[in-house]
Design a protein around this ligand. Sequence first.
Ligand SMILES: Nc1ncnc2c1ncn2[C@@H]1O[C@H](COP(=O)(O)OP(=O)(O)O)[C@@H](O)[C@H]1O
Ligand SMILES: [Mg+2]
Length: 472
Amino acid sequence: MGADRRQKQISIKSAAKDKKILIVDDDKLIRIGLEKFVSKLGFETLNASSGDIALRIIEDSSPFMVLLDFKLEGAHDGLDLLSMIKKSRPEIVVVMISGKGDIHGAVEAMKAGALDYLEKPVDFHRLEEILKSSLSLELALPASGPSILDDFILANDKMRKIADIIQRLALKTDITVLVLGESGTGKNFLCQKIHKLSSRKDYPYVQIGCSNIPETLFESELFGHEKGAFTDAKAAKKGLIEMAQGGTVLLDEIGEMPYTFQAKILSLLEEKRFRRVGSLQDIHADIRLLAATNRNLHELVQKKRFRLDLFYRLNVATIELPPLRERREDIPLLVNIFLDKFGEKYICPGKTIDRAGMDMLKGYSWPGNIRQLKNLIEKMVVLSDEQVIGIDEISSNLLTQQVIEAEQANRLENMTDLSLEAMEKKYIRTAMKLSGGNQRKAADLLKISRDTLRYRLKKLKNKSNYSAKTEN
Ligand SMILES: Nc1ncnc2c1ncn2[C@@H]1O[C@H](COP(=O)(O)OP(=O)(O)O)[C@@H](O)[C@H]1O
Ligand SMILES: [Mg+2]
């Protein structure tokens, strides 16, 4: 143990050589304490008692890291200073020092670009860990191998920012992250990344679909039960939370969680404890909770379907994934990784999409977001005879996709009308919608002549006008 520690000290020392750390705090005693510790590890130290002095020192001596107190006297407080540093010198690592329990402030700081935060009184062991990981981050950067985020497509600025935030949030292995976004925007994908980026990565990742569990079974599914807790409980059973010990639990579609159960999740979050059904003993939960939903939780709170206190507790570190139509620059990249992926899976490599086809994909509205795009590419890789996929193939596949979806939605609402006539109507309507009302384009899509389309449109119109009076 002792030798281990010495080894660690030596490697930090060589990496820390010539690196400056600036300590910014208006409390002199804290500055002295931190300086002592940091210089013992081999760093050079600088210190500042106010934001203005700090800015000057940063200008002059380019520190590697700034340890920055949240509360500063003078014109700039810690958060202000943090954003100024990140704007002008993004390469400088900033670690915030906060008063006890200021979790909102801490999350704000991470979103604004801080690497991490420490609570007062500063735990020197943790500070050492942070210093070490920021040194290894720096050392690992140029030659890093395949990374967890390699297949996470993020040409879009918002997405880059999200990737940046989750890398830092992932390190805080206790912070609950709430992920919002339309269906198919990558919420589950992102949550998995958070788990894999965290030090919990070697423990289980358990995803719980809240809409799939009947209300009466919620408690025993999540918390487990003792033998005899209810009629069917023939043996004791671990719940999903207990199976995830050490790891991460995603409460997926949390908007669908039964109202009565929400209080139990709140108390799990606050006390980190739970009980199996039929037991009087608390079990400590060493897990990180993540939550995802495509619902508007605000609205659910107003409709009394979601508890306000749980909403507050979850809404600390919130990430909102943009719909695909708001990150169109990511579309070609996604298309290419899906072409590769499915090319490999179905052993038909090297398929591509031509220029006009790519433009069409970039221009489409993608109501089903990345999931829809992925399905479309899979289908075309499997079904297309061509190596180069073009606009015709894409539009006819999109058309079928839409008709099928409309059909499914319709099936839920009305009795299904599978008559040829009804299908024709749907195809024509969808084609007209897809082509923005342009008859020539719609006719191309449907692979019929423009005259035929005109004729059918007229027929449809007559039908709906006179359907009450005429048969046929
Ligand atoms: N940034 C991304 N890069 C590559 N593939 C992604 C990305 N985000 C999502 N995907 C893929 O898109 C599909 C839908 O994502 P998913 O996480 O299930 O969406 P959601 O949970 O929001 O409905 C998945 O197959 C996932 O692998
Ligand atoms: Mg999902």
